[in-house]
Design a protein around this ligand. Structure first.
Ligand SMILES: [Mg+2]
Length: 299
């Protein structure tokens, strides 16, 4: 078995000193990097301020499809971490913008949380309300299930009221090849530090359930999609492989997003993945125990 040294490099003062002058943008994940649920990762806000002081543009990039941009801003404020609205790249908000960009003006079918619903409404898109979709126990009587006449897109995000009835509706709409299929994220699990005995499935499970009867693959908005980099470029046009650092705790989403987009990547070990999870083929450029370590390098 190869050692971690061969697969990824630990960030050191020497490496940082060489890297830092090239970095103009830092795109960081939130949960597991700068906070854990309602608590700040110690030292994270100091690092963010030091990066700002050096003129580096920050982007907070989250795949959390259970949160709206407005709720994220409130969270930053509650945790006393400085963030400007234009620095927040939230998948629900980006999904709504993406649909508008695709010329969608009519009805949507949404499998998702209220946060996604709010973002769709905010850009003037019309869809079903979030929440449970109660149906008859007798499956055959679903033939009476009401469907909208024309649905321009099926949009999937995290939905804690997800059900077979919702798959039935989504799959029926997706029979029309002109109906778009878009997903906020494809995260496999939600981190559950308070209930480590549970596997909490995330949006990836919902996508798989809709894919099974339709054979269709959604356009993915969140990490690791490179579409996300294009959307961030509408705010930060100068973003490039030479001047951007992506910081994240998840190899499959954060680090893979950075890798596919050609950015330098830094895995922090305060969240989902640790150095022993790294595989050579998907290795981050560097790893470090916590984002807080950057404060030491910027003294
Ligand atoms: Mg994370």
């Amino acid at each position: 078995m190869c050692s971690i040294v061969e697969k990824s490099t630990r960030l050191t003062q020497t490496i940082w000193t060489e890297l830092a002058p090239k970095i103009k943008y830092v795109l960081t994940d939130c949960d597991g990097v700068i906070w854990h649920s309602k608590e700040r990762v110690p030292g994270a806000s100091i690092v963010l301020e030091k990066l700002r002081d050096r003129g580096i543009q920050l982007g907070f990039v989250t795949n959390n499809s259970g949160t709206s941009r407005a709720e994220l801003l409130e969270k930053f404020s509650a945790l006393k971490i400085k963030a400007n609205p234009e620095e927040i790249f939230c998948v629900n908000n980006l999904t709504a913008k993406y649909l508008v960009g695709k010329g969608v003006t009519g009805k949507l079918y949404m499998i998702g949380h209220k946060a996604l619903y709010d973002e769709l409404q905010a850009v003037g898109l019309s869809c079903n309300e979030p929440g449970p979709d109660p149906v008859d126990d007798y499956y055959q009587s679903w033939s009476g299930l009401h469907l909208e006449e024309t649905v321009q897109a099926v949009v999937v995000g995290f939905d804690n009221h997800f059900s077979l009835a919702k798959v039935c509706r989504a799959a029926s709409y997706l029979e029309d090849p002109k109906c778009l299929f878009v997903a906020t994220d494809a995260d496999s699990r939600i981190a559950a530090p308070k209930c480590p005995h549970l596997v909490l499935p995330c949006t990836g499970s919902i996508i798989a359930a809709v894919q099974a009867p339709t054979g269709r693959t959604p356009e993915l908005i969140g990490k690791p999609s490179t579409l996300l980099a294009d959307m961030i470029r509408t705010v930060y046009p100068g973003l490039s492989g030479q001047n951007t650092l992506v910081i994240g705790d998840n190899l499959e989403t954060d680090i893979e997003f950075g890798r596919r987009s050609g950015f330098t990547t830094l895995l922090v070990e305060t969240g989902v993945h640790k150095r022993h999870h790294v595989r050579r083929s998907e290795a981050p450029s560097f790893y470090t125990p916590s984002i807080a370590d950057l404060a030491e390098f910027m003294r």
